[in-house]
Design a protein around this ligand. Structure first.
Ligand code: CA
Length: 230
């Protein structure tokens, strides 16, 4: 169930119930935390109030069309990567979508694998990484296979440990607050408890060199290596 993955929360806005369900299932199986909306108004609201790492947005939506949703987000400086779903024969949709601030598009009907690949690429780009692997000193995370190696040896992680470590690695050298971690690790409806973060950090410290994740009192956690942090 956890073959691929990323640290991230995604939003799917698609009014076709079957397609919505297929996207949510496929992305969930790939290890992402996924929320979904079935109309433009709900989608806009979620994207406006929750910190998604990427959004998959259909253009033809009831209540508010996808283009308006996207324009509104961008006007309000919501800058998360957005992948739009367009109709195959509507090239003008692609152009207006990209003009409105979309980062990429997939034309319907699509293969789920293509959506997954494009989402991975968007997340890499937004984190400033250009390949599937992120490295930090002795640890290396393959975000395509959701696999961690420490000094070349594979180390098993639970999905929550993986999301946590991946998020910290994507923000190497920066202090990440517990609230931020909670917001990026769990689905909207999940019973969130920031104390569990401490438990996951404790477990991770046993799986990677323990001093790599530093606790910054009152602020959060910072992942780094080689003593290059003050
Ligand atoms: Ca639609």
């Amino acid at each position: 169930m956890f073959a691929e993955g990323n640290p991230v929360r995604l939003l799917v806005v698609e009014d076709d119930p079957d397609l919505n369900r297929q996207l949510v299932e496929a992305l969930g199986e790939a290890g992402y935390a996924v929320d979904s909306a079935k109309d433009g108004e709900e989608g806009h609201y979620l994207g406006d109030t929750e910190p998604y790492d990427a959004v998959i947005l259909d253009l033809g939506l009831p209540e508010m069309d996808g283009l308006s949703v996207l324009e509104k987000w961008r006007r309000d400086e919501r800058s998360m990567p957005v992948l739009i779903l367009t109709a195959r024969d509507r090239w003008s949709d692609k152009v207006s979508g990209m003009d409105a601030g979309a980062d990429d598009y997939v034309a319907k009907p699509f293969h789920m694998e293509e959506v997954l690949a494009r989402v991975r690429a968007l997340l890499r780009r937004s984190a400033g990484h250009s390949k599937n692997e992120i490295e930090c000193g002795p640890i290396r995370l393959d975000t395509k296979m959701a696999r961690l190696t420490v000094d070349g040896a594979t180390v098993k992680l639970t999905s929550h440990e993986y999301r946590l470590l991946s998020y910290l690695m994507h923000h190497e050298g920066r202090v990440v607050s517990r609230t931020e971690l909670v917001e990026h690790m769990y689905e909207q409806d999940f019973d969130r408890d920031s104390n569990t973060i401490e438990v996951f950090v404790g477990r991770l410290r046993k799986k990677i060199p323990g001093d790599m994740i530093r606790t910054v009192r009152g602020l959060g956690y910072c992942l780094s290596h080689g003593g290059d942090e003050a």
